[in-house]
Design a protein around this ligand. Sequence first.
Ligand code: F6R
Ligand code: MG
Ligand code: MG
Length: 367
Amino acid sequence: MEGMITLSVIKADVGGFVGHSAMHSDLLEEAKGRLGGARSSGMIVDFHVTACGDDLELIMTHHRGVDNNEIHQLAWDVFVACTEAATRLKLYGAGQDLLADAFSGNVKGMGPGVAEMEFVERKSEPIIIFMADKTSAGAWNLPLYKMFADPFNTAGLIIAPSLHAGFRFEVHDVKREKRIFFDAPEELYDLLVFIGAAGRYIIKAVYAKDGEIGSVSSTQRLALIAGKYVGKDDPVCAVRCQGKFPAVGEVLEPFTMPHIVEGWMRGSHYGPLLPVPVSQATPSRFDGPPRVIAVGFQLADGRLVGPRDMFDDPGFDEARRSANALADVMRRHGPFEPHRLPMDEMEYTTLPQVMEKLQDRWEKLPE
Ligand code: F6R
Ligand code: MG
Ligand code: MG
């Protein structure tokens, strides 16, 4: 639409280096080359390619709106080309998130994670893109709640006339494929009934009360698409900041509390979400701990001026320390809940295959 810009963040794990820990530079170069071509041809306005752990993150701006076939095709082609590069290097899990053999119009439901929003670029448009590894869609519920609804986090909800009316949350039930909208602060308690169960009820978007979009996140759950464990959803979330939206510092503040998320080791354990600079987005300990990066840009007519590595700040050192302390406590539980996911969540892991073998050995209790 005229005067609108679209921000598309599309990501996939198409091969890890080493194991599931990080991204090989050949894949980053391949992706940059291809998106560079798309920028030269005018298909996209600008792009930034980065990685969080084993996830390749394509950040693009363009004028084609959300759910656009050509943009999704472009992302798919990048992932396929990077899968080929990963296959040549025998990287780990090459092409693991590409659940379909061929592209069919929209990457949604085909494996990659997608967060897109279309808006009129303001006079100044600061944006932060959060990307996480070793966790799953739903990991943003608590931070988004704090950013847009908690006055203990976001001072602007009280102080700033532009934020005082609150925000509207779009929540998806990813199991039933339904959605619901809640107004905050009016319906805070209703909102919390659902988003506290972050494995199922996921905040898809947040809007100002005038309808303008402030945040969007990926809600793909690979296990629900494939019906079995095929890797993790490792979600992304984009947030517009300042003015009528929370300030940059209010948007980052929730990550000073390393909240517990699911997705550590084999997608089967809970662990604290560790905020790290991009250079440390390389989970190693017990394939983790789960981590998040925050990359900031100023948009200038769609141009992504940046990035700024927002967690590369000693202000997050204490969060990192307490995340590591928490990680130690969780790890000492070994295979016990609540480090390990509860049984109904383990349904989507490889554990049922092990349990099946033991099925016939269960005997009736003596009378
Ligand atoms: C992958 C992940 C890892 C793997 C684990 C086993 O994102 O979280 O913890 O689940 O390394 O991987 P496979 O089964 O591929 O050997
Ligand atoms: Mg992987
Ligand atoms: Mg990953």
